[in-house]
Design a protein around this ligand. Structure first.
Ligand SMILES: C[S@@+](CC[C@H](N)C(=O)[O-])C[C@H]1O[C@@H](n2cnc3c(N)ncnc32)[C@H](O)[C@@H]1O
Length: 263
């Protein structure tokens, strides 16, 4: 039985800054053609709201609601000076959205479904709050399709450990390729899938993200006690991350799968 949902990477400054680089133009371009002014839109797992704000600008004066489990993320989102008037935030889990049936015209979830233990239940709940004919846009990564160089043993071990932590928490690191199936199971129709690579120009962004999470793993996840790694191997992984992120000739490309579907 997986642990109850919580966001596995956590909310340290380095993890959050990985998210705040995102905007609607950079990470929701696949969904933007389905939006127009006046639509009522929901963003599930909105985090610090950097994507939500751009979507809100696009559908203004339509009402936009960002929901997230985590109060600290909503506080960040609300404190942003460029907060549009048509946008509000509500603290809620995705399984029980505090909205009436058929309330929204559009629903979006970026980088959420890979972290939750019951993706079909979440998709059903999104389906419930969408109007008939309403549009959903989901986007999640698929670690089996990531490209990173060099493929040295320490970096590979680091990404394997990260994935193991996510899966142990009930997440799915190949969520991207499963989005379509989950949407169909939840009752959506006209599912259209696409994919893109995000090549990080600055590898320290990924380096910091991985380093920060793995450094906390012995205390937070008892990875030594569970036999998932030992102190020497973890030290080698952390050192390898720091060496890797400084090299000018290396690549980290995240594979994102994007799904658009109708109620
Ligand atoms: C990777 S962040 C994505 C944030 C934002 N959508 C983005 O792409 O930049 C995932 C967010 O989902 C939230 N989250 C995790 N599980 C959730 C759940 N069951 N219901 C609502 N939000 C959840 C986390 O608190 C976190 O802020």
């Amino acid at each position: 039985m997986p642990a109850p949902d919580r966001y596995m990477p956590g909310y340290t400054p380095r993890i959050v800054s990985f998210m705040t680089r995102r905007s609607a133009d950079s990470h929701a371009a696949f969904f933007q053609p389905h939006l127009h002014p006046g639509l009522r839109l929901l963003d599930c797992g909105c985090g610090p709201g950097t994507i939500t704000r751009g979507l809100a600008a696009q559908v203004a004066p339509g009402e936009v609601v960002g929901v997230d489990l985590e109060a600290s993320q909503l506080a960040l989102a609300k404190n942003e000076p460029s907060h549009p008037a048509n946008l509000r935030y509500v603290q809620s889990g995705v399984y029980e959205l505090p909205f009436a049936v058929d309330y929204f015209d559009a629903a979006f979830a970026h980088a959420l479904f890979e972290h939750i233990a019951e993706p079909v239940r979440a998709a059903r709940e999104i389906h419930r709050v969408l109007k008939p004919g309403g549009v959903a846009g989901l986007c999640s990564p698929d670690w089996d399709a990531f490209i990173f160089t060099p493929l040295n043993a320490e970096l590979e071990a680091a990404t394997k450990l990260f994935r193991r932590l996510q899966e142990a928490q009930g997440g799915n690191t190949t969520a991207g390729r499963r989005l379509g199936q989950w949407l169909v199971e939840a009752g959506f129709r006209d599912v259209k899938l696409s994919a893109r690579y995000e090549c990080l120009e600055d590898l320290t962004v990924m380096g910091d993200f991985l380093y920060d999470r793995l450094e906390r793993a012995p205390k937070q996840d008892d990875v030594f006690g569970r036999g998932w790694t030992d102190a020497t191997s973890l030290a080698q992984m952390l050192k390898a991350i720091r060496t890797w992120e400084k090299r000018p000739d290396e690549l980290f490309a995240l594979a994102w799968v994007q799904a658009v579907a109708r109620k």
